[in-house]
Design a protein around this ligand. Sequence first.
Ligand code: AMP
Length: 226
Amino acid sequence: MCFVNNKETKRRIVLLGPPGAGKGTHAKDLGEALRVPHVSTGDILREAVKQGTAVGLEAKSYMDKGELVPDEVMARVILERLRQKDCAQGFILDGYPRTVHQAELLKEGLKKVSADLDVAIEIGAPADLIVSRLAFRRVCRNCGATYHLKNIPPKVEGRCDQCGGELYQRSDDEEQTVRRRLQVYEEQSALVIGYYRGQGLLTTVDGALPRQKTYAQLLEMVGVFE
Ligand code: AMP
């Protein structure tokens, strides 16, 4: 049972941290607790690739290599999503911004609708833990639920507990691409943390803890009390 204080609860939230830190898992839970959408740019792009849209065709080659999709493409993707009605009361951003330029574009885009971010939360986790988490990660092709073959295995091998969909390994979760994604994170996305620290918006939680403990820290940061 969660207690949400409407005045003090933060609802325009950015989750930061390396791939595999748990942003997607926590963003989904947090979105449900706060009743605001979980906006994952990775999910939006994977869907665009699947549908073969212009954005999908442009993004695919970068994604396959673990590189960042250009900021201009991402600005279109994110601003279009944030303009949708369900984001009016808030959102949990997962995977955006990944460069300081993206963070600036986000600030400008929000300003146009007289809004600003409430908080940027970094989920920290060491590189070794991340490589192992992603190597064992499996995702449901149907509903997007994630599993860890050792820590959170599905009840039936290869099948999603929630919808029975097929589980697969994201091609960019293979070890070589994971290492490149981590390198890209260190080179570019870590600067975003400094940017939000400078704006007085940054807080940090420990992503190496067991899932429920990290989540409890997150709830406290956004002003939800269990
Ligand atoms: P994710 O699911 O967040 O790990 O994203 C998967 C891939 O999508 C990344 O490795 C990038 O190629 C691309 N991507 C997602 N979000 C962004 C972003 N904000 N900027 C650039 N590329 C992105």
